[in-house]
Each structure stands twice: as structure tokens, then as C-alpha cells.
Design a protein around this ligand. Structure first.
Ligand code: ZN
Length: 83
């Protein structure tokens, strides 16, 4: 997917819940675009990038991240009433 002009950074992202460090690959050009004020969903559109990926991007920017596994722990309580 990445061409010769694209630079990708592999950035550590620590989960606030389990303290495990995950790594997220971020395209430098997209990141700069985002930092200049572009909309998150515009920079990383569906279906190329899913919402889980965008959650990581939000985590990178805000410094607060909860990983997928911990999200499952948090959300499974909701599922009980639903299923
Ligand atoms: Zn976690």
C-alpha cells in the first residue's frame, strides 16, 4: 500500500488499563494533515482504516488509550443485557 514517497512511523502507544505498550503504524503525511486540522474520518477513511485504528490515532493525540482487549473487558458488560 505504501509508495516510495510515504513515510510511516511505528509509534508506541501504552494502554491506560493494562499498561501494555502497543504499536501503531502512522503515515507521516496523514498525521501532518490531521495535525493541520483535518477531520479524523477524512484522513483515515472507511473502509481502508477501521474505527479501531482511528481509536489508536485518537489515543496518540490525546495521550489516553485503551487497547482492544481492554475495550472488550469494558464493553462486555453492556452485551449481557443486549444479547
Ligand atoms: Zn489494555
Amino acid at each position: 500500500m505504501s509508495g516510495p514517497n510515504e513515510t510511516e512511523y511505528i509509534t508506541p502507544l501504552r494502554c491506560k488499563a493494562c499498561q501494555y505498550t502497543h504499536y501503531v503504524t502512522v503515515d507521516a503525511r496523514r498525521w501532518n494533515w490531521y495535525q493541520r486540522g483535518a477531520n479524523l474520518a477524512e484522513v483515515w477513511p472507511d473502509p481502508v482504516y477501521n474505527s479501531a485504528y482511528r481509536e489508536k490515532i485518537i489515543g496518540l493525540r490525546s495521550g489516553y488509550h485503551v487497547c482492544d482487549m481492554c475495550w472488550d473487558e469494558v464493553t462486555k458488560f453492556d452485551d449481557e443485557g443486549d444479547a
